[in-house]
Design a binder for this molecule. Structure first.
Ligand code: HEM
Length: 485
């Protein structure tokens, strides 16, 4: 906390004479409109809030660095990954998904894991979660899905009926629901969880050759989760438990760290892999595509100011650098639009110029003006292209690598409907006591569901993943496993 004895000023820098007593007509008289310092204070106060993020509203942030520990330059020309030992500053924001800005940290929810790398080729954002998969696999379903996670339009209460109705009618969610309902659904702290890019991305090397990658951040603190009763108690007693833990750990020099790995899949393999590798509800087998080390991320500095840094931070899955590109994943494609659009609404069209979002390299383009332009706005440099004055120009070396497209334009479902093998494998991987807790968590979450039809439909998914699992849930809910088609 800075404590210098500075003179209090107005927002225009003029010294303030009295900040405790407003200017009144006589000692007991009404307040004068002439007290512009008072007017400014009240007016600014009314404008302190910006819209909270529509999802991932509650979060904690930290600064740190990323260091390359393995040479991956044969696979990507991204300069921040070009040599072992190279360090790049990062800012990370962890978050819960469904709750509002003031909601409790220790709830069952995926956790956001958004990393901004301030590279010498511009900002690269890896906006992932603490889970390797997601509930749905097409962006067109996202607003409906999130409606079921948020509050009911009439009661303003959370609505388990909508949650399980949607999930049971969207069986592709089963894998992520399994992770969410397992012990990992409530991490002990933000330091004790892994992070994943979840989607498939493309790395491109200096020769223009591409390879598909998936990112895995492995916590060096080890994975730890919270017991359900303790989590509920903490949610009441200290709803900011996770934010506090991260801040205090960094404050006392106990810097959390993660190792970054990638799985790499040759482009050709994607055409014949046993399922669509761009389907974000699936993981790639690590037997087929083992983890390859890339580097290490360390968080070693707390933000000075929560609003300026954490609230105003804008992460976008579309913030790529040369050597890292999108895949055709239908969720990722939707996200390439959604985030930058959210930032323009939530923070403003010039959000890139705020210190937390500003690249460490010069920004040269012909975007000008707009609300709250706080940098030089391009000064008197050339502001259109083409031009005859040597304005900033593009370079073919940085073009997106050309890629093949096939087929007819159409709205088509994924051709792979096995939602059960990976979820069932995960269930079978759990120890007996972990399975017990998984069943318990699911049963408690499903009990308030009004319609048996919804419960039965969901039970049939668990059953298809593993009969023992479906049976256990049905019994606990006092239902019979439905006839399966
Ligand atoms: C935040 C949309 C799927 C991770 C957000 C925000 C939007 C959004 C609008 C708020 C952004 C802001 O106001 O700054 C979507 C859409 C999705 C999708 C449309 C699907 C089509 C995902 C997936 C992941 C994810 C699959 C993880 C793999 C995050 C994270 C944040 C976030 C970590 C918080 C970023 C921060 O800390 O500022 N999402 N999302 N989202 N989303 Fe998504």
């Amino acid at each position: 906390m800075e404590t210098q004895n500075r003179h209090l000023t107005t927002s225009w820098g003029a010294p303030v004479g009295d900040n405790q007593n407003s200017l009144t007509a006589g000692a007991r008289g009404p307040t004068l409109i002439q007290d512009v310092h008072l007017l400014e204070k009240l007016a600014h106060f009314n404008r302190e809030r910006v819209p909270e993020r529509v999802v991932h509203a509650k979060g904690a942030g930290a600064h740190g660095y990323f260091e390359v520990t393995n040479d991956v330059s044969a696979y990507t020309k991204a300069r921040f990954l070009s040599e072992v030992g190279k360090r790049t500053p990062v800012f990370i924001r962890f978050s819960t998904v469904a709750g509002e800005l003031g909601s409790a940290d220790t709830v069952r929810d995926p956790r956001g894991f958004a990393v901004k790398f301030y590279t010498e080729e511009g900002n690269y954002d890896l906006v992932g979660n603490n889970t390797p998969v997601f509930f749905i696999r097409d962006a067109i379903k996202f607003p409906d899905f999130i409606h079921t996670q948020k509050r009911h339009p009439q009661t303003h209460l959370k609505n388990p009926n909508a949650v399980w109705d949607f999930w049971s009618l969207s069986p592709e969610s089963l894998h992520q629901v399994t992770i969410l309902m397992s012990d990992r659904g409530i991490p002990a702290t933000l330091r004790h969880m892994h992070g994943f890019g979840s989607h498939t991305f493309k790395w491109v090397n200096a020769d223009g050759q591409g390879i598909w990658v998936k990112y895995h951040f492995k916590t060096e603190q080890g994975v730890k989760n919270l017991d359900v009763e303790l989590a509920a108690k903490l949610a009441g007693e200290n709803p900011d438990y996770h934010i506090e833990d991260l801040f205090n750990a960094i404050d006392k020099g106990d810097f959390p760290a993660w190792k970054l790995y990638v799985q790499m899949m040759p482009l050709e393999d994607a055409k014949t892999y046993r399922f669509d590798p761009f389907d974000v509800t699936k993981v790639w087998s690590q037997k087929d595509y083992p983890l390859i080390e890339v580097g290490r991320m360390v968080l070693n500095r707390n933000p000075d100011n929560y609003f300026a840094e954490v609230e105003q931070a804008t992460f976008s899955p579309g913030a790529f650098v040369p050597g890292i590109e999108a895949s055709p994943d239908k969720m990722l494609q939707g996200r390439l639009f959604a985030y930058a659009d959210a930032h323009r609404y939530r923070v403003g069209p010039n959000h890139h110029t705020l210190p937390i979002n500003k690249p460490v390299v010069e920004v040269n383009n012909n975007q000008r003006d707009g609300q709250m332009r706080s940098d030089r706005n391009g000064g008197n440099s050339i502001y259109y292209e083409p031009n005859s004055y040597g304005g900033a120009a593009d370079s073919a070396a940085y073009k997106t690598a050309a890629f093949e497209v096939t087929g007819s334009a159409d709205s088509v479902p994924y051709d792979h409907d096995d939602h059960y093998t990976q979820a069932g494998d995960l269930y079978r991987l759990l120890r007996v006591e972990e399975r017990g807790r998984l069943v318990n968590n699911i049963v408690n979450a499903m009990k308030p569901v009004e319609k048996d039809e919804i419960k039965l439909r969901q039970i049939s998914h668990f059953y298809k993943a593993d009969p023992e699992w479906g049976q256990a849930i049905a019994e606990e809910l006092g239902l019979r496993v439905p006839q399966l088609s």
